[in-house]
Design a protein around this ligand. Structure first.
Ligand SMILES: [Zn+2]
Length: 382
């Protein structure tokens, strides 16, 4: 039954190497393969901001994420379907993962009304009223034509009590079943989302209920919401060992480079985060020596490249002094160059992690990475 399902969605996951809990592998889909551990750049509104799609691919990205919430409101899923689907619309022919819209409904919209049926909310753009149910979330992702679809879940605010998390989890698990039922035979791959807050027994209950339904992959949701890195790692250690080893594991909305390294060590395969793109538009650059703020005056006379080991256009052809200048002057090229660099850095990090897993060196790599990354220039300056 499960195997037939996988064939229908054309979705396969092969583990190439393991090292402790860490794995490297390949997710195969009709539109292309994704090497894991993988970082998915975020293309919120059908664009990875400040980047051409071919440039995103050039950084090494195999897959991007697009947001159902944003696209359903503008320009509309039915319109994108009529125009030939999301891949054609945004000129990205490779795999796309869409979220369900649930997270943005909770974080961006006003006047949310959650019921058993779904969630009624007002658009943050024009105040118009919309309704998202598990069935509608799957229908929208079908209209977009994404390769990996996410179930609609409720994302409880942090912090929440155990009772609140338990109630929310029960609803999310009923919604997961309805999402899977709505996927239909024609659908792409579908991932379930493990919830349960910081409570190990609730996380394990969520894993049990989702694996009983059966999904192509499993996401860990409800983290990176303010619980802190050590609490996040604790949740992964209480959750990941219970997930089926032969399915990809996706940590949603994570994260900082040191979060990613720690999560790979704990068995996570896929990540997404706005950090490299958003930071790139704010004058911040990620390097092996930590995060740098190009606004800082100490870069004004520095003729050296941002990162001499990086092959991206920002590092190949420009100095730190130039990047400082265009950031200070608010020039569009500052966002373009720093976004490109940050995406290239995240992809270089993923490549290094895949190689470390292949050489059984993941723990050594992580220790050396963290020592260097958190060294003298640890954290963002100023
Ligand atoms: Zn670079």
């Amino acid at each position: 039954m499960h195997g037939a399902n996988l064939q229908m969605s054309g979705f396969e996951f092969e583990i190439v190497a393991t090292d402790g809990a860490a794995r490297s592998g390949i997710v195969r889909m009709e539109r292309g393969s994704v090497l894991t551990p993988a970082f998915m750049p975020v293309g919120t509104a059908a664009t990875v901001k400040a980047m051409l799609p071919e440039s995103v691919a050039e950084t090494g990205a195999d897959i991007v994420l697009a947001n159902t919430y944003h696209l359903m409101l503008r320009p509309g899923a039915e319109r994108i379907a009529k125009l030939g689907g999301l891949h054609k619309f945004m000129n990205w022919p490779w795999p796309i993962l869409t979220d369900s819209g649930g997270y943005q409904v909770m974080s961006l919209s006003s006047l949310r009304d959650i019921s058993e049926e779904g969630v009624r909310f007002r658009s943050h753009i024009d105040g118009s009223e919309h309704f998202l149910s598990p069935e509608r979330a799957m229908e929208i992702q079908q209209l977009l034509g994404s390769d990996i679809r996410m179930v609609l879940d409720e994302c409880p605010a942090y912090p929440a009590t155990e009772a609140e998390i338990e109630t929310s989890l029960a609803l999310s698990m009923r919604w997961a079943k309805r999402s899977k039922d709505a996927l239909g035979a024609a659908g792409g791959a579908c991932f379930g989302i493990v919830q349960g807050g910081v409570f190990p027994h609730l996380r394990q209950r969520s894993v049990h209920e989702l694996t009983t339904i059966g999904f192509d992959g499993y996401a860990v949701g409800g983290l990176a919401v303010g619980e802190g890195q050590s609490a996040m790692f604790d949740v992964l250690e209480a959750t990941v060992p219970h997930l089926p080893p032969d399915r990809p594991r996706y940590l949603m909305g994570v994260g900082k480079p040191d979060d990613i390294v720690g999560a790979v060590l704990r068995g996570i395969d896929m990540f997404d985060c706005v950090l490299p793109t958003r930071s790139g538009r704010n004058g911040q650059a990620f390097t092996w020596e930590g995060a740098l703020n190009l606004r800082n005056a100490r870069h004004a006379d520095d003729g050296a490249p941002l990162d001499p080991s990086c092959a991206c256009p920002a590092c190949r052809s420009y100095s730190r002094a130039y990047l400082h200048h265009v950031v200070k002057a608010g020039e569009i090229i500052a966002a373009m160059l720093l976004t490109w660099h940050n995406l290239a850095f995240f992809q270089d990090l993923m490549r290094a992690l895949r190689e470390a897993v292949g050489h059984n060196m993941t723990a050594d790599f992580a220790a050396q990475f963290l020592k260097r990354y958190r060294g003298e220039e640890a954290g963002p300056e100023g």
